[in-house]
Each structure stands twice: as C-alpha cells, then as structure tokens.
Design a protein around this ligand. Structure first.
Ligand code: KIV
Length: 271
C-alpha cells in the first residue's frame, strides 16, 4: 500500500476510556481549549480531555468574569475546537443562565453536542433536576463543584471552598448527589486537597481537579495560565510550564507527563 492510500485511523476517546482510567488508577489529563490551532496542539500532545470552558470569557474575550459568555459564544468555540481535535474527549460548558431550567439546559446541551461536536456538557452547581432531566434525554453530563465562577457575584471573590467542616460536608453531599443524578464526570475546583481525596475515593465517576490536590483522578488547567500568558493574577494552583521548555507543544507535553506521574500538582499548588 502506498503512502497515499494509507489511512491513519485515530480513535477518539470515549467516556469508557475515562472510566477505565479511573478504575486502573491512570491519571486523566485535561486542558481548556478555545480554538482549532490550540485544540490541535493540545490534542497531538496526548491530552485526554479538551474542555471548552467559559473561562474564555476572561482569557479570550477580556471580561473580568465568565458571566458575559453567551450560548452563541460557547457554540462557536466548541465548533472550532472540535475542528482541531482528533483523539481527545471534548467537554463544553453551559454558560451562565443557559441552564436555568431542565428544558433550557437540555436544549442548549443539544446545541453544543449536535452542532458543536461536544461529547459531554458541563454545568456548575448541584443542579440535580437539570442533571437528571438531561441524563434522561441521553445527554452526557459533567458536574462542576467547589468554586463556581458563574456565582462570583454571590461569592464576592475567587476563594477556596469547603474549608470548614460544614462546607466540606455540603460539597461531599453534593458530589454524591450529582453522581446519583447521573453525572458521569465531576470537576472539582479550588477545594482542600484532603476533601478532594475523600470525594475522589467515594465516587465511582472520574473526578478531575483544578486547585484540588494530586489525589483527584485527573487534572485540568486553563491553558493560557499554564503557558504563563494569562492577563492578571495567575492562580496559585497553576504552574508556568513555559519556564522549562522552548515551545508550547513541549510545555503541554511536560504538563501531560507530570500529571500522569503525579508530579503535578505539588503541595505548593494545593490547599
Ligand atoms: O471554564 C473553565 O475553564 C473551567 C475550568 C476552570 C474547570 O470551568
């Protein structure tokens, strides 16, 4: 067979691959992506999950929060990330007020999946009714607990959540409830490492942490943060991977390797 007739089949990751990784103790790697070029680079570096996060409102659009991000924005960015990606599992965010009711959540999730190419949608908070309704329609759901950026005006500041015993118990209870409601992945943001360890051990679904310590089943970072190019304050839980290498591709490869080998996050990146 000549080189012109050889077709390289790239297998796209599925939820089954992520479940198997949790069961076998292999760490899941994830980064955000907002466009086709970055998606392609990150995908080729072997990342497991591409997250089209509504953090794009801050790092791409220059807003001071994620609240202005619209469904139209999310759909556009999910489409262009899908175009650049080959093997990674794509999760797309339901932005602020796009999932106020179960029907609204399901309709917007359907857009991100049918027109955007996402394999799963993520929503912030323990919105049990919305999760149950979407799951009943066959929509794969990722829940997001801990620090909820879409609630920034209620919270007042971006801060570690679940620090006292009562708050930690509530987050654990929410985590158990979202799993029970049918969520197949949980993202835990900015919680004490000990709490994240407990939640990851108690849940059978993969738990991907950001600022949640090394004992989660996987790690996610905002790609511009780990490349050291985000405007404003870089959170303590991230690491600038461009300091050790000469190219973006190598920086992403280094991140993938460190997550897989439990060398990231260290105590200095955790709470
Ligand atoms: O929008 C985003 O990038 C996220 C991550 C911070 C988990 O939700």
């Amino acid at each position: 067979m000549s080189q012109y007739t050889t077709v390289t089949q790239v297998k796209t990751k599925t939820i089954i691959d992520l479940q198997k990784m949790k069961q076998s103790g292999q760490k899941i790697t994830s980064l955000t992506a907002y466009d086709a070029t970055f998606a392609a680079l990150i995908d080729r570096a072997g990342i497991d999950v591409l997250l089209v996060g509504d953090s794009l409102g801050m790092v791409v659009q220059g807003h001071s929060s994620t609240l202005p991000v619209s469904m139209q924005d999310m759909l556009y960015h999910t489409q262009i990330v899908s175009r650049g990606s080959q093997q990674a599992f794509i999760i797309a965010d339901l932005p602020f007020m796009s999932n106020a009711t179960p029907i609204q959540a399901a309709q917007n999730a359907a857009l991100l999946i049918q027109q955007g190419g996402a394999k799963m949608v993520k929503l912030e908070g323990a919105r049990i009714e919305n999760i149950e309704f979407m799951v009943r329609q066959g929509i794969p759901v990722c829940a997001h607990l801990g620090l909820l950026p879409q609630s920034i005006y209620q919270l007042g500041k971006y801060a570690v959540q679940g620090k006292d015993a009562n708050a930690a118990e509530n987050i654990l209870a929410d985590a158990l409830q979202v799993e029970q409601a049918g969520a197949q992945v949980l993202i835990l943001e900015c919680v004490p490492a000990a709490l994240a360890q407990q939640i990851s051990a108690q849940l059978s679904i993969p738990v991907i942490g950001i600022g949640a310590g090394v004992d989660c089943d996987g790690q996610v970072l905002v790609v511009y943060d780990m490349l050291g190019i985000s405007l404003g304050k870089i959170p303590r839980f991230t690491k600038n991977y461009m300091q050790q290498v000469d190219s973006i591709f190598e920086a992403i490869q280094a991140y993938v390797q460190e997550v897989k080998e439990c060398q990231f996050p260290l105590a200095e990146h955790s709470f």
